[in-house]
Write a new protein. Structure first.
Length: 161
């Protein structure tokens, strides 16, 4: 590899993003959740969004088999959820409040926006798998402040005026 992977990571970290927790549920009812800032909008018609999941992620196979996911876009006061779902081991779901919509994927209260999706397709993304989902249902909060991730740290939006 000609690029310095540490440098690549730092350079990519200069792109400020929001933070999501991608959730899902398996056929046997096991709940899945992983923090992801690789979320992006893709298409308006059909309504498509994407995220990419590390091939090394513990729950990759389960997400692929589930065929559904929900994108929970975290608000500023939900940093704790981000930390909890960025850990690979332990019971991520103990004490977590959620509801379910059409796909059965867990939906957190108090998010900035939520998208309940059926997997449209998955694509090879090198050491990640790209999941594209068709949005079936959504919600948004027009007033909540976003949780921001930038240069490896959490932050808040600074007003420009
Ligand atoms: C702010 C933030 C963003 C992250 N974004 C991603 C991402 O887009 N894709 C990914 O695969 N992992 C991402 N991670 C790491 C996963 O959340 C972490 O590897 C998690 O343990 C995966 O869950 P699993 O191994 O239990 O499946 C991110 C972590 C943080 C803190």
């Amino acid at each position: 590899m000609s690029l310095d992977s540490r440098e690549l990571r730092f350079a990519l970290g200069n792109f400020p993003t929001g933070v999501t927790v991608i959730t899902s549920v398996t056929d046997s009812g096991e709940l899945l959740g992983a923090t992801a800032n690789s979320f992006s909008s893709v298409s308006l018609d059909p309504a498509l969004v994407l995220f990419s999941l590390d091939r090394g992620a513990f729950s990759l196979d389960a997400y692929q088999k589930a065929g559904v996911f929900a994108v929970n876009i975290l608000s500023l006061d939900q940093q704790e959820l981000s930390s909890r779902f960025a850990r690979a081991l332990g019971d991520k779901w103990e004490g977590i409040e959620y509801e379910t919509w059409e796909t059965g994927s867990p939906i957190f209260p108090g998010t900035l926006a939520t998208f309940d999706c059926r997997v449209w397709n998955t694509y090879d993304g090198g050491d990640h798998v790209i999941f594209v989902g068709e949005v079936l249902q959504m919600s948004r909060d027009a007033n909540a402040a976003p949780l921001i991730f930038f240069r490896g740290q959490y932050g808040a939006l600074a007003p420009t005026h």
